[in-house]
Design a binder for this molecule. Structure first.
Ligand code: GGG
Length: 352
């Protein structure tokens, strides 16, 4: 099969891990007789430096013309320390999700047994946990009206959702639940927030079309607690943009590290595949970032965008094998990992 992929590596370790994700795609193409062609595009701080914009028009054009996007990360510490900056790297990522209509962000919390000890949660609580998060991606406080008033002394961000926005992500999550253990947990804050009350109303309406799926509703605070206390109770979790962002960072500790979690952003156009982690400037340039989230994102691309299930499974199995052989990047290593098994970014890529 011929597929055209746009690589948007972005900032910081995004460059380092995406190079490895692409290497794995190349290996798959060679092994299975596919032809993958690539183009590159700018985003985030790298794009601001080159063009003045965090999301150049060319990046959108190239993305729309592609079969899939392999994405890295955006961010730069200089903006974190400048709250008045009007142009920021993150606008690139939010902008491309919106421009491409990528409203559903799938974040599988896949626990490799070999990494049970890498988590600070007890193995007996973790073993068998398998959760698929659906984070809504184009609404919420991320896209609601925001601003300052009272001469800048008061700031506001508006949490906003429409029935249509909730319904379309709900359908994706219920469809997924039907292919899994038929359990769906919707996370909101309906005891306080009006937008959450609409969220819950729509989930309840959509659930009537899926009588086989057992639905529960949790408030975000309770969900955050239950995720650590009893992760196995969850199958599919559907939630809004900000709650999903926070909960999945928390859930990365079930998988052992932020460096393990892949994601797929899908919706109206070309799918975008990226690790959930950011640009991690504290380790940028050191060559030690864990590339497995990028590799597993490439596997999601093969499966979801290209329908190459066997190839996707081959990638996941390769990761499993490498972990079983004891290889670790330093974020998933522990005191028992022999020094010669601790690999850098390129070394882990080579093993996979
Ligand atoms: N690969 C994910 C990434 O780059 N995250 C940085 C970021 O700014 N994310 C915004 C968000 O998803 O909430």
């Amino acid at each position: 099969m011929k597929k055209h992929i746009v690589v948007i590596a972005g900032d910081g370790i995004g460059q380092e891990v995406t190079a490895v994700g692409k290497q794995v795609l190349d290996k798959i193409a060679a092994q299975y007789g596919h032809e993958f062609t690539y183009d590159e595009a700018l985003i985030g701080h790298a794009a601001i430096e080159a063009t003045g914009s965090p999301l150049p028009e060319e990046t959108i054009t190239k993305s729309l013309a592609s079969d899939a996007i392999l994405f890295g990360a955006v961010g730069h510490p200089k903006y974190d320390n400048d709250p008045t900056a009007k142009v920021r790297p993150e606008q690139g990522l939010l902008g491309i999700r919106k421009a491409l209509g990528l409203y559903a962000n799938l974040r599988p919390i896949k626990l490799f047994d070999e990494l049970l000890s890498a988590s600070s949660i007890k193995p007996e609580i973790l073993k068998g946990a398998d959760i698929l998060f659906f984070r809504e991606l184009t609404g919420d406080v991320y896209f609601g009206e925001r601003g300052r008033k009272d001469n800048g002394d008061t700031a506001y961000d508006t949490m906003i959702y429409s029935r249509y926005e909730v319904e379309r992500i709900a359908i994706k999550a219920f469809d997924a639940a039907m292919t899994r253990r038929k359990k769906l947990c919707s996370v909101d804050k309906a005891n306080v927030l009006e937008s959450s009350r609409l969220w819950r109303e729509v989930i309840q309406e959509v659930s009537k079309r899926y009588p086989e799926v057992a639905v529960e509703h949790q408030f975000i605070d309770a969900a955050a607690m239950l995720l650590i206390k009893d992760p196995k109770r969850f199958d599919v979790v559907v939630t809004g943009n900000i709650f999903g962002d926070i909960l999945t960072d928390e859930a990365s500790q079930i998988a052992g590290s932020m460096g393990m979690l892949a994601s797929a952003s899908v919706g109206d156009t070309t799918g975008l595949y990226e690790p959930i982690h950011g640009s991690a400037h504290d380790i940028t340039g050191m060559g030690v970032a864990n590339p497995l989230a990028s590799i597993l994102s490439a596997a999601l691309m093969l499966d979801i965008s290209f329908g190459m299930k066997e190839e996707a499974d081959a990638v996941v199995n390769a990761v499993d094998k490498v972990l079983k052989a004891g290889y670790r990047t330093r974020d998933i290593a522990d005191a028992s990992t022999p020094a010669d098994k601790i690999l850098n970014t390129a070394g882990m890529g080579e093993q996979v």
